[in-house]
Write a protein that binds this ligand. Structure first.
Ligand SMILES: Nc1nc2c([nH]c(=O)n2[C@H]2C[C@H](O)[C@@H](COP(=O)(O)OP(=O)(O)OP(=O)(O)O)O2)c(=O)[nH]1
Length: 134
């Protein structure tokens, strides 16, 4: 019997004109990860979850149109030993100023092809960012 616990989330890939990807670091965490989070009971669908999370975390407005599903990806969860995170991942566009809000301590635009020594959560490092490298 496995004691692994599953955390289901919706996560966003947001890119700038140069192809850099927006990553966030939550307060108290060491690693960078995608913005996003767990579904709330009141969310109508996954894009609504993302829209809500992106507004809470970054203060920006997500555009539903053009949202592109990259897939359902999973990896050992960041910050929670013994848990696996399973994410519905969407590439989306946002409008408005992006700033670190709520529990976000740092935002960072990274080149998915040159992550160097950056500390990045496994879901992003092993599953999401490789999809974005041409
Ligand atoms: N949002 C997000 N969470 C990730 C990623 N990779 C990864 O392992 N996780 C883990 C970290 C957490 O254990 C869990 C998501 O929790 P969260 O704290 O972002 O979600 P949330 O804001 O809805 O959580 P909560 O404060 O309501 O409990 O998934 C990622 O790229 N994005």
């Amino acid at each position: 019997m496995s004691s692994t616990k599953l955390i289901r989330i919706v996560a966003a890939v947001i890119r700038d004109e140069a192809g850099r990807v927006l990553m966030v670091r939550k307060r108290g965490a060491e690693v960078l990860q995608q913005p996003g989070g767990k579904r709330d009971p009141g969310d109508r669908d996954d894009l609504h979850t993302l829209e809500r999370e992106l507004h809470e975390e970054l203060g920006c407005t997500m555009r539903r149109e053009g949202a592109h599903r990259l897939g359902c990806l999973s990896a050992p969860a960041a910050n929670e030993p013994g848990h696996v995170v399973e994410a519905e991942v969407y590439e989306v566009r946002v409008e408005g100023t992006i700033e670190a809000r709520a529990e976000i301590e740092e935002i960072r635009w990274i080149d998915p092809a040159a992550t160097g020594d950056l500390l990045i959560a496994r879901l992003s490092r092993e599953q999401i960012l490789p999809l974005l490298v041409i």
